[in-house]
Design a protein around this ligand. Structure first.
Ligand code: TXA
Ligand code: MG
Length: 501
């Protein structure tokens, strides 16, 4: 098949309307057109035409029970393809559409099973990208589009990526330049009792919760027998040809470890690719070093991830070593994709802490009424070094209040003291060579770095305990969330070297 390439930049203003009409005609006639969106390039077909939708699976080499997202260009069109549209869905549409949010709802009979992958539900998205909207409108309003990569490759973020994967297999590729976001949309399932995030993206959990209250994240664990919530989750995710590993820890420890491993690879005549930030590039000595973006701009990092992975594949590197990027609004989505690509190969880089030198450990969170209190009480129980001081502090403590109710209940359920705590604010005098300041999460650590001096002994809980820990502030959530945090803290602190002789 001849694939026509339409580069939008090359089409003069006089011809642009007619170009979109022409693209729409291809789709209306059952053809396949790859087009840009603000997230990644999509491979479009008329969503209401069963045969057209089927062609998508063939072109991508994608299993036919992995459902497609229907793209619309008008909020009102949601009711054509989705039924039982709740207030929650309505609110989300009003706030986040057009934009990178996909909602899963019950489907109407109009949606063929070829589009919904055999499900009774349907995923719908209204993209903000202008050419995408014009194409959808010209095609009649309903375009099914997965990412326009061949199955097993990263999603395409430029027309060049699409050309590499699908040239000769589809009718047309619309080149609208690189995608703004570079990671696929957030998918939220609204058919569950509590809305559930099936895939994190640039619309974050916090952003959703501000509009509709409690939202959950789907667990990644998928068994072979159970049908997974996001059918896409059961398929092998993109893994580069090279073996990809992610390194977590203090910048310098990460770089040291990567340098050692890269040197070893080179001595064995292996090609190594390194993914680092603009700020840390100078730390690397060997290998093909690719800057993914600035740590102060998670949008920048997200926009380059897939391009770098594709580039390393093209160069045929044997190993890819990547820093981790739990930064900014998009940190969650970036690490979700990177971890899937790494198939779980994560190295925690030890901070080489001299535990014998430490006389005080201070756990710090925002308000010192929940997580830091749990950490303190658990550490006090586990401690066998009697002269080790264990304290907790908060960044924004206005008055010394007790631990919040749910924290007290959880501590008491575990036979720990939940009653006698009083919140206190972290101060500059708390910092010393012999005091480890342990932030309960990376956002707290960043704030401490901004506000205080002498932060040589400042760690996140993951760095200090050499364990990968993701603790979300349970504030405002059910007691079960508090209990989950307790269990995580209890597990790490059981193995904590600093606490025992
Ligand atoms: O940003 C995006 O969402 C891009 C652009 C092109 O819009 N599209 C995209 O589509 O990433 P795709 O097919 O590569 O990923 C869609 C995911 C799949 O994992 C699929 O299983 C899931 O959405 N999905 C689709 N319909 C679903 C449904 N009814 N229930 C649960 N998951 C669904
Ligand atoms: Mg995809």
């Amino acid at each position: 098949m001849d694939t026509i390439i339409k580069k939008l930049d090359d089409i003069g203003i006089d011809h642009i309307d007619e170009t979109f009409m022409e693209i729409g005609e291809v789709l209306k006639n059952g053809g396949l057109v790859a087009f840009p969106t603000e997230t990644v390039y999509g491979l479009g077909a008329n969503a209401l035409d069963e045969n057209a939708a089927k062609k998508i699976y063939e072109a991508k080499g994608r299993p036919s029970d992995n459902p497609l997202i229907i793209h619309i260009s008008n909020i009102k069109d949601l009711e054509v393809v989705a039924s039982d549209i709740t207030d929650t869905a309505q609110k989300l549409a009003e706030v986040f559409w057009p934009g990178p949010l996909t909602m899963v709802l019950n489907k109407t009979p109009l949606v063929p099973y070829a589009t919904s992958g055999g499900l009774e539900t349907v995923a719908v998205r209204f993209p903000s990208n202008e050419p995408a909207r014009r194409i959808i409108t010209a095609a009649g309003g309903f375009v099914a589009a997965p990412s326009a990569n061949s199955s097993g490759k990263p999603s395409p973020t430029t027309a060049g990526h699409v050309i590499n994967d699908l040239m000769g297999k589809i009718d047309m590729i619309v080149d609208g330049g690189p995608c703004d976001i570079g990671l696929e949309s957030t998918i939220v399932d609204l058919t569950t009792e509590v809305p559930t995030i099936l895939r994190p993206g640039s619309i974050t959990k916090n952003m959703l919760e501000e509009v509709i209250g409690r939202v959950e994240k789907a667990s990644d664990e998928v068994s072979d027998t159970q049908s997974p919530k996001a059918p896409g989750m059961k398929y092998r995710h993109y893994a580069p040809k090279a073996e990809l590993s992610i390194f977590v820890g203090r910048t310098k420890n990460v770089a040291d470890r990567i340098n050692i491993m890269a040197r070893e690879c080179l001595e064995n005549s292996k090609l190594v690719g390194i993914i680092c930030s603009n700020e840390t590039k100078e730390l690397y000595e060997n290998g093909i070093v690719q800057e993914i973006g600035s740590l102060s701009d998670s949008n920048d990092i997200a926009a380059h991830l897939y391009d770098i992975l594709r580039d390393f594949d093209a160069r045929g590197v044997d190993y890819i070593f990547s820093e981790s990027f739990f930064v900014g609004e998009l940190g969650d989505a970036i690490m979700n994709r990177l971890e899937k690509a790494a198939g779980g190969k994560i190295f925690i880089c030890s901070a080489n802490i001299d535990y014998d030198n430490i006389e005080t450990v201070i756990f710090v969170d925002n308000d010192d009424v929940s997580l830091s209190v749990m950490a303190k009480e658990i550490a006090l129980k586990k401690r066998t070094k009697e002269n080790l001081n264990i304290l907790s502090r908060g960044l924004n403590v206005l008055f010394s209040e007790p631990a919040n109710q749910k924290t007290q209940i959880v501590l008491e359920n575990h036979k720990l003291d939940g009653k006698n705590h009083l919140a206190r604010r972290l101060k500059q005098i708390d910092f010393s060579e012999k005091t480890a300041i342990v932030a309960l999460n990376i956002a707290v650590k960043d704030k401490i770095m901004d506000r205080f001096e002498n932060t040589e002994q400042l760690y996140t809980i993951s760095e200090f305990f050499d364990e990968r820990v993701v603790l979300e502030d349970p504030f405002g959530k059910d007691i079960e969330e508090y209990e989950k945090c307790y269990i995580i803290l209890d597990t790490i602190l059981t193995k904590a070297q600093v606490l025992i002789l």
